[in-house]
Design a protein around this ligand. Sequence first.
Ligand SMILES: Cc1cc2nc3c(=O)[nH]c(=O)nc-3n(C[C@H](O)[C@H](O)[C@H](O)COP(=O)(O)OP(=O)(O)OC[C@H]3O[C@@H](n4cnc5c(N)ncnc54)[C@H](O)[C@@H]3O)c2cc1C
Length: 382
Amino acid sequence: MGKRILILGAGFGGLAAANMLRKNLSAEHRVIVLDQKSWFMMGLVKLWILEGSRRLEESQTPLAGLNAKGIEYLNDEVTRIDTAAGIVEARNHGRIEYDYLIVALGAELVPDRIPEFVDNGHNLYDPIQVPKIRQRLLSMNGGKVAIAIMGMPYKCPPAPYEASIIISNIFAKSGASESAKIDVYCPAPVAMPVAGPQVSSVVVDTISKHGIRFNASHKLKSVSDRRLEFENGAVADYDLLIGIPPHRAPEVVRKCGLTAGADWVSIYKHTMRTAAKNVFAVGDVTEIKVGTLAMPKAGIFAEEQAKVVAQQIMDEIGAKPTAASFSGEGYCFMEVGDGQAGYLAADFYNQAGPVVRLDAPSKENYEKKQEFERTRIKEWLL
Ligand SMILES: Cc1cc2nc3c(=O)[nH]c(=O)nc-3n(C[C@H](O)[C@H](O)[C@H](O)COP(=O)(O)OP(=O)(O)OC[C@H]3O[C@@H](n4cnc5c(N)ncnc54)[C@H](O)[C@@H]3O)c2cc1C
């Protein structure tokens, strides 16, 4: 009897799982992917759009390409997940049954949690807003740019710092550097708590070489026209406010019981299984605690977790014992401008505690970052 594997979300995790399953399972087994979007774009491309080396329109790959690979793609919104009944409901396709469910719905951004941000600020993580941020930066003759990390955890911990360097380079090219000030406001006492104090201080040193100021323990409380108030009592003024909004699991996931009242789906850290039968969750929608901190939200982890889930499902269908296990290891590239990027390597399940290493920037790493995108788009969608 063919099995029906339903994957919610066609982001990093959903696409990696769907492709691996389809390549390895015979045609009697159905692989179905549901996503409300009709295209895929990696989060890291937003920084290239900010930098001006990419345009939004040329960076979105249609998800319809999945169908030619034998993966059934449904462009629809998931409205209900019922793990007890083994069904999912979608706005247009109605009730869909599954034998295995993979929840890869990512994180939802909540910019309106900070009063007046939506009216006064720009969301760095919204692909529609990034080209507008760039246009605004190009039209400025200096002034104060505030980059506020509005909550934790958020996707890709280095991204706000990469953005600050890109902005500083935009001002350097336009001749506005002299009269420009860039501040990064972070709610935590160090730049990237999950990477540890040492890597955090390298990050702060790197941005300070560009004249960018790092403001630790500054959690944004409210915004008014050109003025920021922080929970520590500090106030600051700005001409352009760029925010990384608070994140949370999507509503449909919070409502279905998989988060058990918490912010994120809790999973077994090696198998990505949830407490519900034959239901797995991967990527940003989940939380894996490592000591007092949670593993960062990054595509590379979503992808690796998805492969572990796919392997378990394939083994189970093939009635084979499985050795698939998520290692907690991952990497990413941190852009520092001038076509260079540093390399961050992490081992979060290391027995003596998480280890994160940041290698010096190089042009080679920048090229590897571009290759990172190219190879995945080709494998997953073309
Ligand atoms: C600026 C920036 C830079 C980044 N750089 C890197 C990097 O260099 N390396 C790296 O590894 N990661 C990076 N990331 C992080 C990475 O993009 C995310 O961690 C990754 O996308 C998570 O994958 P996911 O599959 O969990 O979720 P996503 O990729 O977010 O996919 C979730 C999918 O679910 C869909 N969805 C949600 N709700 C519903 C619903 N109700 N119905 C139907 N569909 C729904 C969404 O449309 C989406 O397509 C970056 C992120 C940003 C913002």
